[in-house]
Ligand binder design. Structure first.
Ligand code: IPM
Ligand code: MN
Length: 326
């Protein structure tokens, strides 16, 4: 039976790269029943809607979603980020943000497991005396035992399934002594159930140095929402580049659809020129297939993408190239 996939092409280069991802999935022999979801900057500018409840309800009936990119220069910052991307993460409980990084030429193969529904992204805080000289702005970080534990458990399960079975917690326990303590204690307690997984801890600033100087030390990393956001952009820069970086926003409990998207943005400056690299979107589609249980097609696509890293061509030529090899 065909998988029911919601497709949010979005803005800028989003629709172009998603077309290539769908082309490749179909070439790999997986049957998709796609539903176009009109969301992003264009819809917002036309109607003022960002993510109405009716669209969310439509999403809940899907098997998964593939998103290209959202954002246009004429939409104020924050509108689509909070109103669409973060709202999907919160409402659909996409509590894991999974970002794999590979660079075969340097023997790199690591994955960042980023907590995706809490921390500084939870929106706790506010203004006092806004716009006056005595203005106060607070922005809290929300860390629940349940939220931290389910994320840490996911990371241990993932580490156990990989050849190296090594998991590193990244935080800033020396300064963020409340949140860091909860993360560290939870990590240590969960570790007791995974004797086959070796563990390590790095402060996030030190992890930045290792990402640049010795990324080969990492297998699986687990970290909080904001550290994970920053660290995964660095990961993309040191391993393969942003043109390759794929991500999965997962609801591992499968109480609703998970969402898969390239890490890159909508790049309006090159939209329509055929210069966009579709590999990150194609790899995101492979992550979707893996999550849906189509491991064989996922492996074939991921491998074909790796082999296409140095191939040059337009967006659709690169899509064709990968499609012919899956
Ligand atoms: C990402 C992005 C988002 C984030 C933004 C666009 C809300 O940077 O997926 O990494 O901060 O999580
Ligand atoms: Mn980011």
């Amino acid at each position: 039976m065909a998988y029911k996939i919601g497709v949010i092409g979005g803005d800028g280069i989003g629709p172009e790269v998603i077309d290539e991802a769908l082309k490749v999935v179909r070439a790999a022999g997986v049957d998709l029943d796609t539903v176009a979801l009109d969301l992003g900057g264009q819809r917002y500018l036309r109607t003022g809607d960002v993510l109405p409840d009716a669209d969310l309800d439509q999403m809940r009936a899907l098997d998964a979603m593939l998103l290209g990119a959202v954002g246009t220069p004429d939409v104020p910052p924050g509108v689509l980020e909070r109103g669409l991307l973060l709202k999907m993460r919160f409402e659909l409980d996409l509590y894991i943000n999974l970002r794999p990084f590979t660079d075969a030429s340097r023997g790199l193969d690591f994955v960042v497991v980023r907590e995706n529904t809490e921390g500084s992204y939870a929106g706790e805080g506010g203004f006092l005396r806004k716009g006056t000289p005595h203005e106060v702005a607070t922005q809290g970080s929300v860390n629940t035992r349940m939220g931290v534990e389910r994320c840490v458990r996911f990371a241990f399960d993932l580490a156990r399934s990989r050849p190296r079975k090594h998991l590193t917690l990244v935080h800033k326990t020396n300064v963020l002594t409340f949140a860091g303590d909860l993360w560290q204690r939870t990590f240590n307690e969960v570790a007791a159930s995974y004797p086959e997984v070796t563990t390590a801890y790095n402060h996030v600033d030190a992890a930045c140095i290792y990402f640049v100087q010795d990324p080969g030390r990492y297998d699986v990393i687990v970290t909080d929402n904001l550290f994970g956001d920053i660290l995964t952009d660095l990961g993309a820069a040191v391993a393969g580049g942003i043109g390759l970086a794929a991500s999965a926003n997962l609801n591992p409990a499968r109480t609703g659809p998970s969402m898969f998207e390239p890490v890159h943005g909508s790049a309006p400056d090159i939209a329509g020129t055929g210069q966009a690299n579709p590999l990150a979107a194609i790899r995101s589609a492979a992550m979707m297939l893996e999550f849906l249980g189509e491991a064989d097609a996922a492996v074939r696509i991921t491998k074909a993408c790796q082999e296409a890293v140095d191939v040059s061509g337009t967006t659709s030529q690169l899509g064709d190239h990968v499609a012919e090899r899956v």
